[in-house]
Design a protein around this ligand. Structure first.
Ligand code: ZN
Length: 237
């Protein structure tokens, strides 16, 4: 059992598999956990819609966690959508760019989100900031890499004269291990909840239910999620 500290945490919760797992990770560790999401003019609103549904489901399924789960807020980060031409913020096909990054990369997004989260944490007296970024099994986004997060932690602490700790529980694990972590934290109940109530699909599709959850089944986010699920299931016959 993980020991619960008296500290408070703020979890960047997007409504996807990774941040939902990070939320459970924080609820298993910290006395008070708040959540923050960002409306950045994303083409598909589904991930914002699933957030309150998932939070309610967690409260019902895990009474201990419900006691620690505090306020949720959605912050308007629409400015980032107006500044960038990406497949997540414009009607554009998902494609690889000349620089080797997919056009689903929204420049500055995670840097802005973590900065806004730190501003909220500062006001709320919260030391721990938790984000689901990962550089193991990912789309190559440079703002998800460990070096970026470490540099940002230093910059935020200098710029706000604070001692924030940026936690990245998924940084060095792949998507199959992310399902494993969910199972360790909340058993089959949490795995099912994340499977059914979170959203990863870049196309915002929520009609087709697959064994790994809802999604179009052929965008890069669905591919990663499906592949991780099949490897997780294969190791748990
Ligand atoms: Zn998809």
């Amino acid at each position: 059992m993980t020991r619960v500290t008296a500290d408070k945490a703020l979890v960047l919760f997007s409504g996807g598999q990774d941040s939902a797992t990070c939320l459970a990770w924080a609820l298993a560790r910290f006395a008070e956990v708040e959540t923050i999401g960002f409306d950045y003019g994303q083409r598909h609103r589904v991930e914002l819609d699933v957030r309150p549904v998932f939070l309610d489901a967690v409260r019902h399924a895990f009474p201990d966690w419900a006691l620690r789960l505090g306020e949720d807020r959605v912050v308007d980060a629409g400015i980032i959508g107006t500044l960038s031409e990406t497949a997540l913020t414009r009607e554009t096909e998902i494609a690889m760019q000349a620089n080797g990054l997919p056009n689903t990369f929204v420049p500055g997004r995670n840097i802005l989100f973590l900065t806004l989260a730190a501003a909220v944490a500062y006001r709320r007296g919260i030391k721990h900031i938790v984000t689901g970024v990962c550089e193991t099994d990912y789309s190559g986004y440079p703002d998800c890499r460990d070096d970026t997060i470490k540099a940002l932690q230093a910059a935020l602490n200098l710029g706000m004269d604070s001692r924030f700790v940026l936690h990245t529980p998924l940084m060095w694990i792949d998507k199959a291990a992310t399902w494993e972590l969910a199972e360790e934290l909340g058993g089959a109940r949490l795995v099912t909840l994340i499977n059914r109530e979170t959203h990863s699909c870049y196309r915002g599709e929520r009609d087709g239910l697959h064994d790994w959850g809802y999604g179009c089944g052929d965008c890069p986010a669905c591919d990663l999620r499906a592949d991780g699920w099949s490897r997780y299931v294969a190791s748990h016959p």
